[in-house]
Design a protein around this ligand. Structure first.
Ligand code: ZN
Length: 417
């Protein structure tokens, strides 16, 4: 029973004068939660020069293309990414936008999310060290650090909602240790604590990343993060493929969260994140589809399946169960994003629900409808509710004209090509 966007009761024979949704033949789960994405990248899927490159080479192929984006590209690509997530069962997603060419702003993606109807945690990213200063991005894509901090304050003040049931919460997210300075990392942490918002960045993604940290900072990424104030209950790091035992222990002790992005890690050949070891140590782990230039899909239930498969490749068939993968994708990820009001079907939690029709071919012959969601499918929801409002109905987007959005997206992509 849902009332005012909240689950009021769970049980049989509940009486209501409101609308009744018939979910016979379906499995109902909490909405899935996505902890890492770059929504703008849906406009640069399967770019030829980036298809087969490692992380750094991949970035250098894509930076010049992204530098031609503007507000319209940010808005439309975000709508495509958000709809793709919604259709795959996601009700709450974060986003990491760290470049702002040609007048684009975080606000463009917030406008997109408010139309699509997903709960949204955008993070104000940043890059400040360009090529001429020894960084990776071209100079045209980096910003002055004073301007970055100023805009962080503007975005938080304009959009952050700390209240329970919030539809928008903002975080601060300098892009990565190899594209911003130590000072900006430290300043961002101070600002986030002052404003009581969360911190997010990329960390320990692959071997190149570790080598960069050792060469430039003389320490491993975990140490770098700890020294700059980047550990704690209000911090989550994307990837963490290369965390060692000491760093896993640090994350567990400090309650620092991890956004595990299995498809992206496979796609870029980064490696297998030690999720089993993290979970056993008590580290908070959520799932992330990562940007659609490095996945290149944005289907969150498939990401949960991939997380299970990848742990089993490295640790054996008992390394992760289907139910654990589902837990990581819902409750686990909600905890990473600091949401104690999302991620479970329990009275008092927000009414964010995914309804999966298991009467179709993917589930035909299944003995276990819950495990089937991870092991077989379906990979698209029948219905999706956020705050008790329908976002997907009958397998179609209920909030936006998706065919028209896809047409706009393809038009923008052709222009970039
Ligand atoms: Zn990323």
């Amino acid at each position: 029973l849902i009332r005012g966007g909240v689950i009021a009761a769970v049980g049989q024979g509940l009486s209501t004068t409101g609308k009744v949704v018939d979910a016979r033949g379906c499995v109902v789960t909490p909405g899935l939660v996505n902890t890492h994405h770059h929504l703008y990248q849906t406009l640069t899927r399967a770019v030829p020069g980036g298809q087969d490159a490692l992380l750094f080479g991949w970035l250098q192929t894509l930076y010049p293309i992204w530098s031609r984006f503007g507000p319209e590209e940010m808005f439309v690509s975000a709508q495509v990414g958000l709809a793709e997530l919604a259709l795959s069962g996601c009700t709450l997603t974060s986003d990491h936008l760290y470049l702002f060419p040609n007048g684009s702003r975080v606000d463009d993606t917030i406008a997109a999310a408010s139309e699509v109807g997903l709960r949204f945690h955008p993070t104000r990213g940043a890059m400040s060290i360009g090529e001429s200063d020894g960084g990776l991005p071209p100079d045209a894509l980096v910003e002055r650090e004073a301007a970055i901090l100023e805009d962080c304050i503007r975005v938080v003040d304009a959009h952050h909602d700390a209240s329970e049931g919030a539809m928008v919460r903002v975080g601060l997210a300098p892009c990565s240790p190899f594209s911003v300075s130590r000072d900006l990392m430290r300043e961002a942490a101070l600002l986030a604590r002052d404003k009581r918002v969360m911190l997010h960045t990329h960390l320990a993604e692959n071997d190149e990343d570790i080598a960069y940290s050792l060469a430039k900072f003389g320490c491993r990424p975990g140490q770098y993060a700890e020294d700059l104030g980047w550990t704690g209950d209000d911090v989550w790091h994307a990837h963490c493929v290369k965390l060692d035992a000491g760093e896993i222990d640090l994350f567990a002790r400090s309650r620092t969260g991890v956004a595990h992005c299995p498809c992206s890690n496979c796609r870029l050949g980064s490696g297998i994140a030690p999720v089993r070891a993290m979970r056993d140590a008590g580290v908070k782990v959520g799932l992330g589809v990562d940007g659609s230039a490095s996945n290149d899909a944005g289907n969150l239930i498939l990401e949960a399946r991939q997380s299970l498969l990848l742990q089993r490749v490295s640790r054996g068939a008992d390394a992760m169960s289907a139910r654990e993968a589902l837990e990581i994708a819902t409750l686990g990820a909600a905890k990473v994003l600091g949401r104690s009001d999302c991620g479970a079907i329990v009275p008092g939690m927000r009414a964010d629900l995914a309804i999966w029709d298991v009467s179709g071919i993917e589930s035909a012959g299944s003995w276990d409808p819950v495990a089937s969601l991870i092991l077989c499918g379906p990979t698209r929801v029948r219905d999706l509710y956020v705050e008790g409002r329908a976002v997907v109905q009958g397998g179609q987007m209920a909030t936006i004209d998706l065919p028209r959005v896809i047409e706009r997206q393809n038009h923008l992509a052709r222009r970039l090509i």
